[in-house]
Ligand binder design. Structure first.
Ligand code: AMP
Ligand code: MG
Length: 355
């Protein structure tokens, strides 16, 4: 199968196209579509066979549950056995938007969709194409990110075609996504609720709405406690060449990487360097790619996966990245970058670059 790619108006999606996509989903097929976070690979969330197809298409481990997308708050009780007050408040504040919440599941939700768990993850996306697709499909679209398992999530339809073009029927091309990192996940099967995956909606934004919110202690510390979201345990978001994060004062990081990239070049190897707009000019050797400005970190979030994918098209033996602990999205950006790097981090101080 070679997926058909149809361009769709991201602001007001054409009705015939959305009806066609809806028919495929209602018939048990798969459709990739844009959301405000990343592109999703959609199937009917209440059809166990569709969920099975999603796992096979992505090569995703079957114990890694899918998020079910809804288009109306009225549909939540069909999926969630209990919805605590705090969750309702968050839904009213942040839905439609980049927030996923986890609840005890009802019998309606197949175990194939929840990876065998008794809980279900639910989100109401804000992208008009996503909302129209959910409506056309009958209300419940299970959709993980539309990448091959382990690869960076897709922020453009071309990324989906690259990874899944042979596996699915239809890709709706709505241009570039808005945020570029996956949704914030908050677990409401525990009290107080806990963030299982950081995203655009930060802990501060959640706490301002409902008070105490914990952070799953397994998130950024491998080897301690496993993260509670099964998907956070797998190697993820990774480019093909090994990635390492280099931390320290900007000038020291630049000295260290210039030295390293020069030595690698003498051995006939090219190093990839992932830098910000502000720092890219500090590097004299290697293949430097800018991911965006530190001043507008939404830019870094939006381009991170794209740049990681671009390195796969280049002849680089390894990739080094600066760290981006920026204010608004720094936690989400570094969470994905650390995972992509398999938690390899080098700290440089002035003395280490003289070695
Ligand atoms: P993706 O849709 O590819 O961004 O991945 C969905 C993420 O949500 C993965 O990290 C899953 O492990 C997580 N997730 C989905 N359902 C649940 C659940 N019921 N409990 C915990 N984590 C979940
Ligand atoms: Mg994913």
């Amino acid at each position: 199968m070679r997926a058909e790619i149809i361009k769709v108006d991201p602001k007001s999606p054409q009705r015939e196209i959305m009806e066609k996509a809806g028919r495929i989903l209602r018939g048990g097929g798969l459709v990739a579509f844009p959301t405000e976070t990343v592109y999703g690979l959609g199937g009917d969330g209440l059809n166990p066979e569709s969920s099975g197809k999603i796992y096979r298409a992505k090569g995703r481990p079957s114990d890694n549950p899918l998020i079910v997308h809804i288009g109306s708050l009225r549909d939540l009780p069909k999926l969630a056995e209990q919805v605590p007050d705090g969750a309702l408040r968050l839904a009213r504040r942040f839905w439609p938007g980049p927030l996923t919440m986890i609840f005890p599941k009802t019998r309606t939700v197949p175990y194939e969709t929840t990876g065998g768990l008794e809980s279900v993850a639910v989100r109401m996306p804000s992208h008009p194409v996503a909302l129209e697709l959910i409506r056309a499909a009958g209300g419940f679209v299970a959709a993980p990110s539309a990448n091959r398992s382990g690869r960076p999530s897709p922020t453009l339809a071309a990324h989906v075609a690259e990874d899944l073009g042979e596996e699915i029927e239809l890709i709706l091309d709505g241009g570039m996504v808005g945020i570029g990192l996956e949704s914030t996940i908050v677990d409401f099967t525990q009290a107080p609720p806990a963030i299982l995956r950081p995203g655009y909606i930060s802990r501060e934004m959640l706490a301002a709405c409902i008070g105490q919110v914990e952070l799953d202690p397994g998130i950024d510390r491998p080897g301690t406690r496993p993260p509670k979201a099964p998907g956070m345990r797998y190697r993820h978001y990774a480019p093909q060449a090994p990635l390492t994060i280099v931390e320290g004062e900007q000038a020291h990081v630049a000295d260290y990487l210039n030295d390293l990239a020069r030595r690698e070049r003498q051995r006939g190897r090219q190093v990839g360097i992932l830098a910000s707009d502000e720092t890219a000019g500090l590097y004299q050797y290697g293949l430097v790619k800018r991911v965006g400005s530190r001043e507008t970190d939404g830019d870094i979030a939006l381009h991170l996966y794209q740049v990681l994918r671009e390195f796969d098209q280049e002849q680089v033996s390894c990739i080094y990245s600066e760290s981006f602990y920026t204010r608004q999205m720094g936690q989400a950006i570094m969470n994905r970058l650390l995972k992509a790097a398999g938690y390899r981090v080098i700290q440089v101080s002035q003395s280490s670059n003289k070695l």
